[in-house]
Write a protein that binds this ligand. Structure first.
Ligand SMILES: Cc1cc2nc3c(=O)[nH]c(=O)nc-3n(C[C@H](O)[C@H](O)[C@H](O)COP(=O)(O)OP(=O)(O)OC[C@H]3O[C@@H](n4cnc5c(N)ncnc54)[C@H](O)[C@@H]3O)c2cc1C
Length: 490
C-alpha cells in the first residue's frame, strides 16, 4: 500500500491533511466526499496518538447543561448520533449513572430536571438509528433501585441514581481507521509514517509541505492548494511555532468490574497544586467505564510542557490515583497488580492558564492564507470539527461545501482469532506497516492488556510472511512492540 507515496510526490492536491487522529481523519473523509483531491498523512500510524487513548465516551454533552451551552450540546448530540449510525460495529449505547443525594444540584429533583432537559434537547437523538443503537430516555432511580448499581458504595453516599445513555466507542482505533479507509475508498491518498517537517509557499499560493518518509527516511515535498493542520498536540511543532502549554491526560485500565455493565461517575475530593504552587482543594468526577473484561478509570489531567511523544505519568501520580479511587470507593480494593495498561494522551491546555483541565473549546484558525489549524479537544466533536475544517477548505477553493447524506461504513470481516487472516488483511488492505499497527489498531489485541509472548510471536511471523521480513527485522519489530508496552505499562 506504500505505492501511494509516489503519487504524493508527483501530484498537486486540492487539500493536504497533516495528522490522522480523529480530527484529521474526519477532515479528509469529508473532503473526499466533497470531491476534493485529498491527501492525508500521519507521522506515525493513523489514529495511534491521543485519539487511541480517550475514555471512549461519545457523549451528548450532558455536562454542558451546567453552563447552559446548548449549541455545544447540540453539536455533541448530532456527532454522537452520526457515530452510532456510521459505525455501529465500533460504537454502542452505554448506560451511565451518578449517585443522587441531598437537596442541591446532585439531588434527585435537580437530576430529574436535568435529564428531562437533556431528553428534550436531544429529541432527535435516535433519528435513523437501528433499535439496537437507540439511546433510551434518562431516568432517576430511588435508593432501593440504585442499590443494585452500586453495592460497593456506602448507603450514606446516595439516595438514588440518575441514569442516562451515551455512546461508547469500544473500538476507537477501528473507528478512526474507518474514516481513513472510507476516505481512501472515495479517492483520497492516505499514507501513514509520513511526517510533515515544514511548509513554504510557492507562486500561485500553492503550499509546499516538506515531509519525511519514516521507514527509509526519504525526504520529499507534497504540493497542495489548502493544508489542514490536524497534528493534535504537535500542531505547532511541525510548523516550528513557539510551543504552547499542554495537558497530559491518562486513564488506567484494570481487570476488574465494579458496577457491572454500567458506567459510573463519582465525585472525588483531591488536593491540587497549580503552577504557582498554591494548594487548593476541589472536586472532580472520576469515571469508571466498563470495557472488555474490565474497567477504564479516569481521566487524570496534569500540566505538561515538552514533546508530547515523551509524556508519561509518574509512578507517584499513578499510586496517588489508585489511592483516590480506593478513597472514593473503598470496596474497590484496587492495587497496582489489578492494572493492565495506561492509556496516555496529550491535549491543548486551557489558555486561561494553570487549570489542570484541557481547553474546553475546539478551534479552527486560518493563517497564513490557506492553512487551517485545528485545535481539537474532544473525540466526539472530532467528527463535526474535522468536517467544518474541510468545508472551509472547499469554500476557500471556490467549491461546493454541500455534503451528501452519510452512509454507514462497511463492517470489516470477523476474523476471530485467526491471526494469519488478521495479519493478511491488515497488511494488504489496511495500511499496517509495523507489528504495533497490527497488535494495537488493526486487531485491538494489545489495547486492553499486553498480549502474551506466543500471540506476539505468531502475529510477527504472519505479518513478516506478508511483508518479507528477515529474522532480524522480525526481532526488531518485536522489540519495538515491547518498547511500546513498557511505555504504557502501569
Ligand atoms: C486520557 C484521555 C481521555 C479522553 N476521553 C475522551 C472521551 O471520553 N470522549 C471524548 O470525546 N474525548 C476524550 N478525550 C479527548 C480526545 O481523545 C482528543 O480530543 C482527540 O482524540 C484529539 O484528536 P486529534 O485528532 O486532535 O489528535 P491526535 O489523535 O493526537 O492526532 C494527531 C495526529 O497527528 C499526527 N502528527 C503529529 N505530528 C505530525 C507531523 N509532523 N506530520 C504528520 N502527522 C503528525 C500524530 O501522529 C497523530 O496521529 C480524551 C483524551 C485523553 C488524553
Amino acid at each position: 500500500m506504500r505505492a501511494a507515496l509516489k503519487t504524493l510526490s508527483s501530484e498537486t492536491y486540492d487539500l493536504l491533511v497533516v495528522g490522522a487522529g480523529i480530527h484529521g481523519a474526519c477532515a479528509a473523509w469529508t473532503a473526499a466526499r466533497l470531491g476534493l483531491k485529498t491527501a492525508l498523512i500521519d507521522a506515525e500510524d493513523f489514529g495511534g496518538a491521543t485519539s487511541a487513548n480517550s475514555l471512549k465516551v461519545i457523549h451528548g454533552g450532558l455536562r454542558y447543561l451546567q453552563h447552559a451551552n446548548f449549541s455545544r450540546m447540540r453539536e455533541s448530540i448530532c456527532a454522537r448520533r452520526r457515530f452510532l449510525a456510521l459505525a455501529p460495529h465500533c460504537v454502542r449505547p452505554q448506560a451511565f449513572a451518578v449517585p443522587t443525594r441531598g437537596s442541591g444540584i446532585r439531588s434527585r429533583a435537580a437530576m430529574r430536571l436535568a435529564l428531562a432537559l437533556n431528553d428534550a434537547i436531544s429529541f432527535d437523538r435516535n433519528r435513523g438509528l437501528s433499535p439496537s443503537h437507540a439511546l433510551p430516555r434518562g431516568r432517576v432511580l430511588d435508593r432501593a433501585e440504585a442499590r443494585a448499581i452500586w453495592p460497593l458504595l456506602p448507603e450514606t453516599a446516595y439516595d438514588g441514581a440518575a441514569v442516562w445513555y451515551d455512546g461508547l466507542a469500544h473500538d476507537t482505533e477501528r473507528l478512526t481507521l474507518s474514516f481513513v479507509f472510507d476516505a481512501a475508498a472515495r479517492g483520497a491518498t492516505a499514507a501513514n509514517y509520513v511526517r510533515a517537517t515544514g511548509r513554504q509557499e510557492a507562486n500561485g499560493g500553492v503550499h509546499i509541505v516538506s515531509v519525511r518518509e519514516e521507514l527509509d527516511q526519504h525526504a520529499f515535498a507534497i504540493r497542495a492548494r489548502i493544508v489542514i493542520n490536524a497534528a493534535g498536540p504537535w500542531w505547532r511543532q511541525w510548523l516550528a511555532l513557539p510551543a504552547q502549554p499542554l495537558v497530559g491526560a491518562w486513564n488506567i485500565i484494570a481487570r476488574k468490574r465494579f458496577f457491572g455493565d454500567v458506567a459510573v461517575g463519582l465525585e472525588s475530593a483531591r488536593i491540587h497544586r497549580d503552577a504557582d504552587a498554591i494548594v487548593r482543594r476541589d472536586t472532580r468526577n472520576l469515571f469508571f467505564v466498563p470495557w472488555r473484561d474490565g474497567t477504564m478509570m479516569g481521566t487524570v489531567y496534569e500540566p505538561f510542557t515538552g514533546d508530547p511523544s515523551t509524556y508519561r505519568p509518574s509512578a507517584e501520580s499513578i499510586a496517588a490515583f489508585i489511592d483516590e479511587i480506593n478513597a472514593v470507593l473503598p470496596g474497590a480494593n484496587l492495587t497496582p497488580k489489578d492494572l493492565t495498561l495506561l492509556h496516555i494522551g496529550v491535549q491543548p491546555a486551557n489558555p486561561r492558564g494553570v487549570s489542570p483541565e484541557p481547553d474546553k473549546h475546539s478551534e479552527i484558525t486560518e493563517g497564513p492564507r490557506g492553512l487551517f489549524s485545528i485545535k481539537g479537544v474532544k473525540y466526539t466533536t472530532g467528527l463535526t470539527v474535522g468536517e467544518r475544517a474541510a468545508r472551509l477548505a472547499a469554500r476557500a477553493l471556490g467549491r461546493s461545501d454541500q455534503l451528501p447524506p452519510d452512509e454507514p461504513f462497511r463492517t470489516p470481516p470477523d476474523d476471530g482469532r485467526d491471526l494469519r487472516a488478521l495479519a493478511a488483511r491488515a497488511v494488504r488492505n489496511e495500511y499496517a506497516v509495523h507489528l504495533t499497527d497490527l497488535v494495537l489498531r488493526r486487531s485491538g489485541i494489545g489495547t486492553f492488556a499486553p498480549p502474551d509472548r506466543e500471540t506476539r510471536e505468531a502475529l510477527a511471523r504472519w505479518m513478516g510472511a506478508e511483508l518479507g521480513w528477515s529474522d532480524a527485522l522480525r526481532e526488531a519489530e518485536l522489540a519495538r512492540l515491547d518498547a511500546h508496552m513498557r511505555r504504557v505499562a502501569p
